[in-house]
Design a protein around this ligand. Structure first.
Ligand SMILES: C=C(O[C@@H]1C=C(C(=O)O)C=C[C@H]1O)C(=O)O
Length: 446
């Protein structure tokens, strides 16, 4: 399909009014259980957000989607009346959402991504934020009587959140059938072809992904999964986003694409993987082996260098940290932290546009890698491995890379995971690595 240009925003000339207040205790989770769509959950070691209902939405398609959302968001925030007195920045209105991995549509049938545009963001009718032990409720309304409706919503939700009992999590749904794309044989062929391109010098790295579609015994409660992931993946970015009733994209990703506060940019290179050991000594042995692996260092440095190159035009200074180990429940990765100070004010979406996709999920050279991914993968990546997060009126925001993720539609869920292919990659080892990367999502279903 020809990519569309221009963002669609539901707010034209009308004003959006927001109201906020501090909250006592109560089940924040109620917001994610609410009937309203869209809904968005976001949880990091420092803040948790639950948001539902759209006072305004912004959608866009195609290669210009980052720019188009930036423009529409600026226009939207311009119409926003926000009382700043007494409200900390976390409680001010934000736009929540994300982007598709590829610039254009995928021509597949029966895609779980039907309800996910190239970019979709919303300014929530109701938002609960937790940070530093404080909780805030923010509501918004657009159009006629917006102020009255935002205030009424604030009063209703304040009561509702105070009254709601804590929810008992449902059991994991159980898996009745699995369908893999590709098979292990087809994967060997795919990786083999990628290795031929590497040998021929047209590619240095490509990240090839797999999809695992599972049928569930009962309907999945994504808010339950989202809550449980806080225990199993406390250091990761947990997210869930339902654009409509039909589907929810969710995950627990260890990878930050970028965050911007003022002129300070934080990002990271995360690439190069191994498993976990059965004992602390085995864990250490695997970590040391990874830190010494020429193949993994090469795979990792491609990412670190690409991020530095993309940031340099914006930056007064870029700082690259040491290569370290990021240890997760089922895998260990090489990680390099990267921070930058910008030379001028920038919008977080300009950085997202510049960085996505990094060679941690795309490859090098970028265009050749993306072409290879499209030609090789028989499924649509949709929002998998793409930026998901939030932005605010000042152009600050945080976006994670949507890996270790799945999209649930009723009684099916499709899980995605990939691995970087470089010279010396072994197809069977890469297959095993992908299976380990499915575990965070699979463990919540079985
Ligand atoms: C592509 C994924 O992970 C990425 C690929 C990695 C690798 O190939 O070593 C490591 C971390 C991520 O950047 C995924 O989890 O699906």
């Amino acid at each position: 399909m020809e990519p569309l240009r221009g963002a669609q925003s539901t707010v034209g000339e009308t004003t959006v009014v927001t109201r906020g207040c501090r909250l006592g205790s109560g089940a924040v989770r109620t917001v994610l259980e609410a009937e309203r769509r869209p809904r968005f959950g976001w949880s990091t070691p420092t803040e948790s957000i639950a948001a539902a209902g759209a006072a305004a939405t912004v959608t866009a398609e195609g290669a210009s989607r980052f720019d188009d959302v930036r423009g529409a968001a600026a226009a939207l925030f311009d119409t926003c009346e926000t009382p700043t007195g007494g409200l900390p920045s976390v409680a001010r209105p934000r736009l929540y959402g994300g982007f598709a991995f590829h610039d254009g549509d995928h021509d597949g049938e029966d895609s779980p991504w039907d309800e996910f545009p190239g970019a979709a963001f919303f300014l929530p009718e109701v938002q609960v934020t937790e940070r530093d032990g404080s909780r805030w409720l923010t509501t918004a309304a657009a159009g006629d009587d917006a102020a009255d409706r935002a205030e009424a919503r604030l009063a209703t939700w304040k009561d509702r959140l105070a009254d709601e009992p804590a929810v008992n999590a449902k059991r994991r749904p159980g898996i009745v059938a699995r369908e893999r794309e590709p098979s292990q044989g087809a994967w060997r062929d795919q990786v083999g072809r990628a290795l031929e391109s590497v040998e021929a010098g047209t590619l240095q790295k490509v990240v090839l992904a797999q999809a695992l579609r599972v049928s569930l015994q009962s309907e999945l409660s994504v808010p339950d999964v989202f809550a449980r992931l806080a225990d199993t993946y406390p250091d990761c970015y947990r997210f869930m986003f339902s654009p409509t009733d039909g589907a929810t994209f969710y995950g627990a990703t260890p990878e930050r694409l970028v965050s911007l506060r003022g002129r300070t940019v934080r990002t990271e290179a995360l690439a190069g993987s191994t498993g976990r050991g059965d004992t602390p000594a085995e864990d250490e042995w695997l970590a040391t082996e990874l830190l010494d692996s020429t193949k993994d260092i090469h795979e990792h440095e491609i990412v670190a260098e690409a991020i530095r190159d993309q940031l340099e035009p914006f930056a007064a200074s870029v700082r690259i940290g040491d290569r370290t180990i990021r240890r997760l429940a089922t895998v260990q990765h090489l990680r390099t932290s990267i921070t930058a100070e910008l030379a001028d004010d920038e919008h977080v979406l300009s950085l997202v546009d510049a960085l996505h996709p990094t060679p941690a999920v795309g490859g090098l050279p970028p265009d050749e890698a993306l072409r290879t991914i499209r030609e090789t993968e028989a499924f649509d990546r949709g929002w998998y491995a793409a930026p998901i997060g939030w932005l605010d009126a000042a152009g600050n925001g945080t976006f994670a890379v949507g890996i270790r993720s799945a999209v649930a539609t009723g009684r099916t869920a499709t899980l995605f995971a990939g691995a970087g292919i470089v010279a010396d990659s072994d197809p069977d080892r890469e297959w095993d690595e992908v299976q380990l990367k499915y575990r965070p999502m699979l463990d919540e279903l079985e």
